[in-house]
Ligand binder design. Structure first.
Ligand code: UDP
Length: 330
């Protein structure tokens, strides 16, 4: 299949590009490299440009006879979205609406969309099923929810066929160790803890230890990036049947910030100093997936079942790329 991967030079997108290529698909990547890296693109054809450039997107859809779009390009930081909501409405909502219009114009009818567990806000029942009310507590979650609704409306009105995949916490790196997570500046838990292990930071600040959770720190469901991508591949195949999908992608197991730091100590065999700071605005205390629907409907199960197994892959990447992709260009 001819597939356009938007944001394919980013963290999750670059792992997806590799899997699509290995599955025999023709991949075209559109990325503005605002947060992505050309070095992360290991297959397909990279076009550097902006998804808000409707003429460019329409040209790509037509020239490459694109049959499906996978859309990873988004701003995805909860804390930043609270401080800078305009950036989120612009990049996550307006840009995606432009994409949907380009697809409509070119009669491209299939899209896999990166949604998020942040659309659930503070869920009443955890583990979270897809039936949980979607009441986001931060702009990031809300902008993703807006697009989920747009996809439903486009589906009804224009016959768009979509998968909205609600990620829990993507983590880890390719087992080959050549592509991985590189955010500038880094804000995600596991990379930051590993930067402490590498001596690049003095300590990890735990964002609050007075939450209503077993050890007082926030609980999240960490899922390996390759497991996420495998689910995307299966979802793409399922779109062929004409079904729309809204699925949680997580392991079903939650780990606290303290448990993650402890696993990082085990994997790295390093002392990792921690300090307790303020709660981060927009953070819900506990997000764990009930992934049964994805397990059953996609016949999918994550291969990486423990934080340790996930962190080992992340550590292999960070150790060999202490400055991220910058280390590659030296
Ligand atoms: N976190 C933390 N210190 C940090 C970064 C993150 O305590 O320096 C916590 C954060 O509050 C959340 C969890 O770690 O509970 C995962 O945060 P991350 O930013 O990695 O992902 P998010 O859950 O925001 O998608």
């Amino acid at each position: 299949m001819n597939i356009l991967v938007i944001g394919g030079a980013g963290y999750i997108g670059s792992h997806m590009v590799r899997q699509l290529d290995r599955a025999g698909h023709n991949v075209v990547i559109l990325d503005n490299l605002s947060t992505g890296f050309s070095e992360a693109v290991t297959a397909g054809q990279l076009i550097v440009g902006d998804m808000q450039d409707r003429a460019l997107v329409q040209r790509i859809l037509g020239d490459h006879q694109i049959e499906s779009v996978m859309h990873f390009a988004a701003c995805a930081l909860v804390g930043e979205s609270v401080i800078e909501p305009a950036k989120y409405y612009q990049n996550n909502v307006l840009a995606t609406l432009e994409l949907l219009e380009a697809m409509r114009y070119c009669s491209v009818k299939k899209i896999v969309f990166s949604s998020t567990c942040a659309t659930y806000g503070q869920p009443q029942i955890v583990p979270i099923t897809e039936n949980e009310k979607q009441e986001p507590v931060n702009p990031y979650g809300f902008t993703k929810l807006v697009i989920e609704r747009a996809l439903e409306d486009y589906s009804l009105a224009y016959g768009l066929n979509f998968a909205a995949l609600r990620y829990f916490n993507a983590a880890g790196a390719s087992p080959e160790g050549d592509i991985g997570e590189d955010h500038q500046p880094e804000s995600h838990l596991i990379p930051i803890v590993l930067q402490v292990a590498l001596g690049q930071r003095e300590n990890i600040t735990i964002f609050g230890d007075d939450w209503e959770t077993p050890d007082g720190t926030c609980v999240r469901d960490y899922i390996h990036v390759d497991d996420l991508c495998t689910a995307h591949l299966l979802a793409l195949e399922r779109l062929e049947t004409g079904d729309n999908l809204k699925l949680n992608l997580g392991t079903g197991n939650g780990y606290s910030v303290r448990q993650i730091i402890e696993s990082c100590r085990e994997v790295t065999d390093c002392d990792i100093a921690e300090v307790v700071g303020e709660r981060r605005p927009g953070d819900p205390p506990k997000l764990i997936a009930d992934p049964s629907l994805a397990n059953n409907s996609l016949d999918w199960a994550p291969k990486y079942q423990s934080p340790k197994a996930i962190i080992e892959t992340a550590w292999a990447w960070h150790k060999t790329h202490p400055n991220g992709y910058e280390s590659d260009s030296k």
